[in-house]
Design a protein around this ligand. Sequence first.
Ligand SMILES: Cc1cc2nc3c(=O)[nH]c(=O)nc-3n(C[C@H](O)[C@H](O)[C@H](O)COP(=O)(O)OP(=O)(O)OC[C@H]3O[C@@H](n4cnc5c(N)ncnc54)[C@H](O)[C@@H]3O)c2cc1C
Length: 283
Amino acid sequence: MLKRFRLEEPESAAEVSELLGRFGDSAKIYAGGTELLLAMKEGLVQYERLINVKKLTGLSALAADNGAIKIGALCTHHQLETSALLQEKLPTLVKLEQNVANVRVRQAGSIGGNLCFAEPHADPGTLLIALGATMVAEKSSGKREIAAANFFVDAYETSLQADELLTEIRVPTPGANSRSAYLKFGYLERPSVGVAVALTLNSGTVNDVKIAVGCAGPAPKRVAEAEALLNGKSTAEAVSLLPQAGAIAGRAADAISDLHGAQDYKEHIVGVLLKRAFNSMVG
Ligand SMILES: Cc1cc2nc3c(=O)[nH]c(=O)nc-3n(C[C@H](O)[C@H](O)[C@H](O)COP(=O)(O)OP(=O)(O)OC[C@H]3O[C@@H](n4cnc5c(N)ncnc54)[C@H](O)[C@@H]3O)c2cc1C
């Protein structure tokens, strides 16, 4: 059962930060509540105060801005899966969002809540790492940018400071020769393994390869060693190296044995998804 709590209704990021600083561990940001209220109802976490951020203007904005797509942290999954701008500029993110959770969770749940909760079996973080996204964190004293690859620290842990909130995600607008893919596999409610690949394809050569793996281990991460193996290669050469790249990515995933599958099984699936994702872009 949900225990009693106080609801704070700040109207600016600075106010949110001030409340987080003042009340410390006894307060938590509340966005869509799809993770937070569930965890509180089940008694896994308890907070005396919830800081409702839904009144903050601008946090639901979604716009093209100076070579990037700005996604407000409060944008719901539904907003992202139905956005014409994203369909034009980042169709891979739209497809990912269409397959997050269920209709009810996508209506209420925000992208910011997904990223900040850092539940290991989540989709968007993996793709955002491969797309070279940046997270914008704010507190009373100002803003800072965190590369998506440095945002996730461990299961349920991000690099946000205790008095910071996530306000925006900035994704560089992909160029004309850019391609990206995100594939996941799972048979439970949430994904067991996710792999994202982004690259540019110029005259049969692959460049700017970015590979990220998620869900298999505690946190999504970039796999620089596999990227280096494929970068600058002809598509035929890169395709022949995919088993090697897949094995590297599988090991890098920090896969753990759990209800979703055994460690070696997940490592194998990483390789399978990497191969399929790559082939879908260069085939
Ligand atoms: C049944 C179910 C199935 C799901 N399946 C999937 C799936 O297949 N793939 C997937 O990716 N996800 C899945 N999810 C996760 C879902 O995407 C998240 O529940 C949702 O996005 C969380 O957003 P929220 O706004 O409800 O966050 P809340 O529950 O409000 O908050 C979650 C956490 O993030 C913190 N927080 C929220 N916003 C901010 C902010 N701006 N700055 C700092 N901290 C913040 C809160 O303090 C809290 O700790 C599933 C969830 C459920 C319940």
